[in-house]
Design a protein around this ligand. Sequence first.
Ligand code: GDP
Length: 201
Amino acid sequence: MAQFPHAQFLTSAWQPRQFPADTGSEVAFAGRSNAGKSSALNAITGRKDLARTSKTPGRTQLINFFALEGERRLADLPGYGYAKVPEQMKRHWRELMSQYVETRRSLVGLVIVMDARRPLTDFDLQMLQWAQAHQIEVHLLLTKADKLSRSESTAALRGVRAEVGEAVTAQLFSAVTKAGVDEARGRVLGLLAQGGKKEPR
Ligand code: GDP
């Protein structure tokens, strides 16, 4: 399966006017801090340090955009759920995320990365709701599956599927064992290939 050999950091955005041109297609990755989003992005793109950029101090609250070939992009959304984040920061996160999802016409898919051992958070559900309100497809990655037994991970997947319904796809994933990496990459590539088919918003 093709990887993403040409993926490269494009730009960071703190507000919508800093977003790159809204052309082609884009898939965004969201998730609570520490869920394993950077590891998932690196595993899926086959680039060991792609998402390191997003972890550099000062960039963790930004949307980081990565360019692929042919007007396709990945967006790494700021991790959410730090208990100690000031209220003002939370408000900014909320506003930036809602503006991003509402206005971004090239956004064709949202990958929500969650720890397979934990339930969906309120933030995950908020992202899911925004995406569904704007006809953006959602794929859930239940990562760190290597920390669970086979029966535990099957139960976790079944539970999440029951919670989100059939419109959302979900899978088990591990950046450590690489289980589910091909499936996730296939889903992301499939979403990116849909570029240009969306109704104008
Ligand atoms: P982010 O904050 O969501 O970007 O999370 P990171 O990718 O930085 O991962 C957070 C922590 O979880 C790190 O210590 C990773 O090594 C670990 N981690 C990430 N993915 C996996 C995984 O699939 N399995 C295991 N066992 N640990 C993981």
